[in-house]
Ligand binder design. Structure first.
Ligand SMILES: [Zn+2]
Ligand SMILES: [Zn+2]
Length: 340
């Protein structure tokens, strides 16, 4: 399923085209992976609509890929033929710059994203450098593992960046795929931390309570306690301003969103320095993931264990999956089931 042009899309104007393309050939250090599952992410909508545009087109989207190694370049020996491999948002980084050397390969100026800067997993085959393919714990099926590769790994990174220690109060504003995985991870790793959830829909709020959130309210509601950190997974600005109000002195807002939409940007005019920023409050964004985030998260997910609810689509139905995601018709993570 190929993206040829940037466009706003809906059910009348579908963004991807089912095409036959040549089979990719693995370079010396690359694996050829026969894809079996690829999860659908909101970032694909940002790519298609030009908020984080692919630098060249056509491109095959998809960055939560599970498959089997079927061929490899002459120097690629880390995965035997037939081994299962996962490919996440980090497709490659330079490996030489100061960011890469310091464990911040997610910030590398040559960071390349799977399915945006290189062809991804909405396809029967893809190639990837062996060092950027990940072993997948046995307890997960292909379809279960795929959605963990993005929402889970970046959720894991956002907990780390929040600086929250066991017993600190944590807020989550927005309660979609990533946030609900964050809640499960926090319960496992930080058992004394209370989680407070802000969400617009009552359905999301009761879902949060059922998973163990101590409090769930609307975006502008005030929780009974101040919070050490809040992780924002929304595409909007109102939750940023409202969250800053509820953060304790020295606390931190972590914005886990690749892009914010323009729609409610004027809400930033409500920012009142003494209320929202004074007392050494911080704002930090989450950019991409490192390979270590992906691997540490997969091990943690297997230990907990986290089993995502999934809804399967055929590869040729990728447009329908994207439309439903855009319309926020979410019944679990959407996963393309590919091949036989
Ligand atoms: Zn993603
Ligand atoms: Zn680098």
């Amino acid at each position: 399923m190929v993206l040829e042009t940037i466009s706003h899309f809906d059910r009348e104007r579908l963004p991807l085209k089912l095409s036959e393309v040549p089979m990719p050939v693995p370079a010396q250090d690359e694996l050829l992976v026969k894809v079996s599952a690829c999860a659908v992410c909101h970032t694909e909508i940002d790519e298609i609509e030009g908020r984080t545009p692919p630098p060249r087109m056509p491109v095959i989207p998809g960055h939560q890929v599970i498959g089997r190694v079927v061929d490899a370049g002459s120097d690629a020996h880390r995965f035997p033929r037939g081994a299962r491999a996962g490919i996440a948002w980090i497709y490659s980084s330079c490996g030489r710059c100061t960011f890469c050397m310091d464990g911040h390969e997610n910030l590398c100026p040559d960071f390349r994203a799977t399915g945006r800067d290189a062809d991804g997993g909405y396809a029967e085959y893809m190639v990837v450098r062996q060092d950027f393919a990940h072993p997948i714990p046995d307890i997960f099926t292909d379809v279960e593992a795929a959605p963990l590769l993005c929402a889970g790994a970046i959720g894991y990174r956002s907990i780390r960046l929040s600086g929250v220690r066991d017993g600190d109060n944590l807020g989550l504003t927005g309660f979609g795929a990533s946030a609900h995985l964050v809640l499960k991870m926090v319960q496992h790793q930080l058992p004394h931390t209370k989680v407070f959830v802000f969400a617009r829909g009552e359905q999301e709020r009761s879902f949060a309570r059922s998973l163990g959130a101590v409090w769930a309210g609307d975006t502008e509601d005030e929780p009974p306690e101040k919070l050490r950190s809040i992780i924002d997974t929304t595409p909007a600005w109102k939750p940023v301003v409202e969250a800053l109000r509820n953060i304790e002195p020295g606390g931190r807002l972590v914005v886990n969103a690749i892009r914010k939409e323009e729609k409610d940007k004027n809400y930033l005019q409500m920012l009142d320095y003494p209320v929202h920023l004074w007392m050494e409050k911080e704002i930090k964004s989450v950019a991409n993931v490192t390979r270590a985030d992906v691997r540490e998260f997969l091990d943690l997910a297997a230990a907990i264990p986290i089993r995502p609810q999934v809804e399967e689509f055929a590869l040729a139905d990728a447009n329908r999956a994207l439309c439903e995601l855009k319309e926020q018709r979410i019944r679990g993570a959407k996963v393309l089931r590919i091949g036989d």
